[in-house]
Design a protein around this ligand. Structure first.
Ligand code: ZN
Length: 227
């Protein structure tokens, strides 16, 4: 036991003695790397590789990238009806009169909208929550667009709500929370069939499985019995 502790301690001191922060010859380079490494899944070394790659590219290419990001940040809108990311006040899906606005599919974010749209199996509207309830990450119902969804249900403009969140604990918690909120208003609530493997993210599902899940949706109450 003592031997093990000594080995761990030695290892720790070895790491501490050999730790050197990345030293930059340019403050400008250091700033760019620091900003790049803020992105998810990008460590300092990957950030440095990306920044050096950008530096090798023609100047107008790097300028186009930074301008696209700035324009996206400044000008992007969220659809006032479904909260999806949009260039206009009402997104293309909500503005399309050929779609059934009384059938609403509840999803986490734009990636799920894109995944379901790719199946060409759904002609209703969406409601984008902007995340899932996750107490571990400090995300509560108030951080999502649940209130506006409940208001829509209350106003009687929805016949059926399809829960299409990922089959994870957070997804199920969110479904259940919304279900309890809208239960008094007696609308049909369904959930996509469990064709998607439990724990998988919706965006990674293949189109056939996802399309079938939408077509074979089941009443939400049934999903409670099977779990
Ligand atoms: Zn919309």
């Amino acid at each position: 036991m003592l031997q093990e502790a000594t080995v761990i301690l030695k290892h720790f001191f070895y790491l501490a003695l050999n730790y050197r922060p990345m030293e930059f010859s340019s403050k400008l380079l250091e700033n760019a790397v620091a900003e790049m490494s803020q992105l998810p899944g990008i460590g300092k070394r990957t950030a440095l590789r990306l920044v050096l790659h950008l530096l090798k590219q023609p100047e107008d290419q790097t300028t186009a990238l930074s301008e696209a990001l700035t324009m996206m940040r400044n000008e992007i809108n969220f659809c006032k009806n479904c909260h999806n990311i949009s260039d206009t006040a009402l997104c293309e899906i909500c503005a399309n009169h050929n779609r059934n606005e009384r059938l609403v599919c509840v999803v986490e974010d734009i990636r799920d909208v894109m995944a379901i749209e790719n199946t060409s199996q759904f002609r209703g509207h969406y409601h984008v929550l902007g995340g899932k309830i996750s107490p571990m990450d400090g995300i509560g119902p108030g951080d999502l667009t649940i209130h506006s969804l409940v208001e829509k249900v209350k106003s009687g403009t929805i016949d059926e709500l399809i829960f299409a969140l990922s089959s994870t604990m957070e997804g199920d918690t969110t479904n259940f929370y919304i279900f309890k909120q809208i239960e008094p208003y007696n609308i049909l609530t369904t959930t996509i069939a469990r064709g998607i493997a439990v724990g998988d993210e919706l965006e990674y599902a293949d189109e056939v499985t996802l399309g079938r899940s939408i077509l074979n949706r089941i009443p939400f109450e049934n999903s409670l019995k099977s779990t």
